[in-house]
Design a protein. Structure first.
Length: 64
């Protein structure tokens, strides 16, 4: 599970997790993502969705 202020890759975009919210209608938690390339956009992604296309960033050291 990621935390607020973590940077992740969502689909092809690097995003920052700016919050986590709970939706009472479907009883699910969501990450609130803001793409680094467009900070005016906010994306809600379910935390428990296996097909959410979320992955961690890889550092240069890990690549080498």
């Amino acid at each position: 599970m990621y935390k607020v202020d973590d940077y992740i890759v969502y689909r092809k975009d690097v995003c920052k997790i700016v919050g986590i919210k709970h939706n009472d209608l479907n009883n699910k938690d969501y990450y609130i993502l803001v793409p680094v390339s467009d900070e005016s956009l906010k994306i809600d992604v379910p935390i428990d969705n296996e097909k959410s296309n979320l992955r961690s960033l890889v550092s240069k050291k890990e690549i080498e």
